[in-house]
Design a protein around this ligand. Structure first.
Ligand SMILES: Cc1cc2nc3c(=O)[nH]c(=O)nc-3n(C[C@H](O)[C@H](O)[C@H](O)COP(=O)(O)OP(=O)(O)OC[C@H]3O[C@@H](n4cnc5c(N)ncnc54)[C@H](O)[C@@H]3O)c2cc1C
Length: 379
């Protein structure tokens, strides 16, 4: 066997969390190797809807989301490539049969303003005039003009390639099969028999993180599901913001965005079953049909369009819908960033910068208390 490949930091998992962490670690001059089973950004980070949305998140998550959006805004300059980030707004709408949701949105807007998230409440004629395509059931809206959407297929790889250009080792088709602490170092072996060694290990393995967490004697009740997606044939480009229904009813919870090429990308409603061990998720046709019916309720004119493609992706979920983010509670030098529960694409750049800051300096201004791994230790 050849001698281990060494670096200051080793990362397992090349989704947006791992790739952004590698990028920001290199900006601090820290040497890093990243291991990815397949190609970078191919799982949740490449199959997601592309919402770069802050509203609707718990207030305590907004400092991290704000850190992230600052990076999204300069992503093209930072990464040297266009990831199709369009800062055209994000809007949540409520239906007439749930007037309490409009009240919830008003209250959220008042509280979120203290966290630098400005939300504009729109209803009545003003809403109809600005968004005439919305169906008659829509009552009110909350618009975040400073959010937007981006192309997930481009984003993870853009961070990985930028990290590589800055000197990171990005090892694709390189599955980690074991990880252990040996003396002061972590030793990770890969399916093709290579050994990687580093004093710090960061687990960003998404829906596959649990086996590494358990290997180090900790636990996280991680599950996975597959949000349902589809894309329509193109229309003339007209709809700037990404728009979604705010509702406690899963079936109703559809959302959509228009890309500049004109297609509508649609997500939400019932999710699909996943098979992470096989790297598979199957779209259930009834989920796509249900989603489409809800979209016709939101935008009646959409019924005339054809769907070109449906897909799904394997996303990791935790019971409180918050990620695990920060140091291990059991093993020094071990860090985690996984379990983003359907909302990690927006957070990805901010998570990368925060993990690099935490690992590089030993501290971060972002309060990570809500994301501690040991919140699950008594379960
Ligand atoms: C269909 C869908 C729609 C979504 N829509 C949105 C949205 O609009 N906005 C939003 O903010 N979020 C959204 N999300 C959530 C978001 O995509 C995820 O939270 C985020 O991408 C998670 O990133 P990650 O890097 O943690 O995970 P992943 O992207 O899944 O990356 C984990 C990586 O680890 C690798 N890996 C696993 N095991 C190993 C191993 N043993 N060795 C090496 N590598 C390994 C995997 O191959 C994978 O590439 C959506 C998710 C899905 C699936």
């Amino acid at each position: 066997m050849t001698s281990p490949i060494r670096s200051d930091i080793l990362i397992i998992g090349g989704g947006i969390m791992g790739c952004a962490s590698a990028f920001f670690l290199r900006r601090r001059g820290i040497s890093v190797n990243l291991l990815e089973t397949d190609l970078v950004g191919r799982q949740a980070s490449g199959t997601n809807f592309g919402n770069v949305r802050r509203q609707g998140r718990p207030l305590y998550q907004l400092p991290l989301a704000n850190r992230s959006i600052a990076i999204w805004r300069q992503a093209q300059a930072l990464l040297g490539t266009d990831i199709e980030y369009l800062q055209r707004g994000h809007m949540r709408v409520s239906y007439r049969n749930r007037p309490e949701i409009a009240g919830d949105m008003e209250r959220y807007a008042a509280e979120a303003a203290q966290f630098d998230l400005d939300l504009e409440m729109i209803s009545g004629n003003a809403l109809r005039a600005r968004f005439p395509f919305l169906g008659p059931e829509v009552l009110a809206a909350s618009l975040s003009p400073d959010c937007g959407h981006a192309n997930p297929r481009l984003t993870g790889p853009a961070f990985a390639r930028a990290a590589e250009r800055a000197g990171a080792g990005v090892h694709e088709m390189c599955k980690a099969v074991s990880a252990a602490k040996v003396g002061d170092d972590f030793l990770v072996t890969t399916q093709d028999g290579r050994e990687f060694r580093a004093p710090i290990l960061l687990i960003t393995a998404g829906a596959w993180a649990k086996r590494f967490v358990e290997a180090f004697g900790e636990t996280a009740p991680l599950t996975s599901r597959g949000p349902n997606m589809c894309v329509t044939e193109p229309l003339p480009y007209a709809i700037g913001p990404s728009i979604g229904v705010a509702t406690p009813e899963t079936m109703e919870s559809v959302y959509f965005r228009q890309v500049e090429r004109g297609n509508l990308v649609i997500g939400g409603s019932i999710q699909n079953p996943t098979f992470p061990d096989e790297y598979r998720v199957y779209v259930k046709p009834e989920n796509s049909i249900g989603q489409w019916q809800q979209m016709q309720r939101l935008i009646p004119a959409i019924g005339k369009l054809n769907i070109l493609r449906t897909w799904s992706g394997i996303e990791s979920y935790l019971p409180d819908h918050q990620p695990v983010l920060g140091p291990s509670a059991a093993v020094s030098g071990l860090y985690y960033a996984f379990g983003f529960s359907g909302a990690g694409f927006q957070l990805g750049p901010g998570v990368g910068e925060t993990m690099a800051e935490l690992i590089g300096t030993g501290a971060t201004d972002i309060d990570l208390t809500a994301y501690r791994i040991d919140r699950f230790s008594s379960e």
